[in-house]
Design a protein around this ligand. Sequence first.
Ligand code: NAP
Length: 265
Amino acid sequence: MYNIDLSGKTGLVMGVANARSLAWAIAQPLALSGARLAYSYQGERILPGLQELTAGQDATLIECDVTKDDDLDALFATLAEDYGKIDFVVHALAFAPRVTFERPFIEVSREDWRTAMDVSAYSLVAVSQRAAGIMPDGGSILTLSYLAGERVVPNYNMMGVAKAALEASVRYLAYNLGPSGIRVNALSAGPVRTVAARSISGFGDMFTEAGRSSMMKRNIEASEVGGMALALLCEQLGSGVTGATLYVDAGFHSIGMFVPDGYEL
Ligand code: NAP
């Protein structure tokens, strides 16, 4: 599939809920390139599906709710024990209470703000703190963002604000960890039909509109996120890139004015 050799490399993939998850689209090329992967999942509910998906891999599966410091400590202690060191981390998880996608942003409660920020932004910091301790040879940390962190996208609301914090955190983490040879980046993906995406009100229409309006006149495939992630996670290709948010969105983010079909300017 890709002529990249990651044999001897080890990494953690966080956020595979099922075969549609972007985390899974990223894990596949990593595994096919020879990397040894550990997966963390939030709760027991996910485990049987994850076991089935990863059946062909020599993978360690570890439960971790990123809002719990004890879970995070235990996750990285297990990784240190099993692998000694790791080379990369994929942070592909987010959550905001459903009501925040349904009500205007101005109505967001303090509690829902805290929850969304904790799971979707602070968790990258908490993970990076611990991952850096088992990356003695440097490494790469990658998270997933969305354009709603930079611009208003209807209904994203609190998740947009959390993605803004996530992208800023990527820059500060990259600055702190750069001298240790650890790179931190985000991929800002166009809409993909996943469980998390379906919790956003009006996602189906926005998906269609994003495809129609993008420069390439189509939506992206999850595998395209996987390909770009592979480049950022492997030293062979991504060694000079850190503190960046890169777009995998068929060019949607660069358009300044959308021209409706049938109109000519
Ligand atoms: P997904 O398959 O539903 O993955 C989201 C993951 O987050 C799930 O595995 C979920 O676990 C996990 N999660 C939520 N709360 C957690 C917690 N407290 N601790 C640990 N894990 C937790 O959806 P996805 O679209 O692939 O999302 C992955 C990332 O891509 C997210 O950051 C999302 O914002 C980003 N993204 C998605 C799109 C898109 O259109 N799909 C576009 C741009 C960026 P449970 O299933 O157990 O809750």
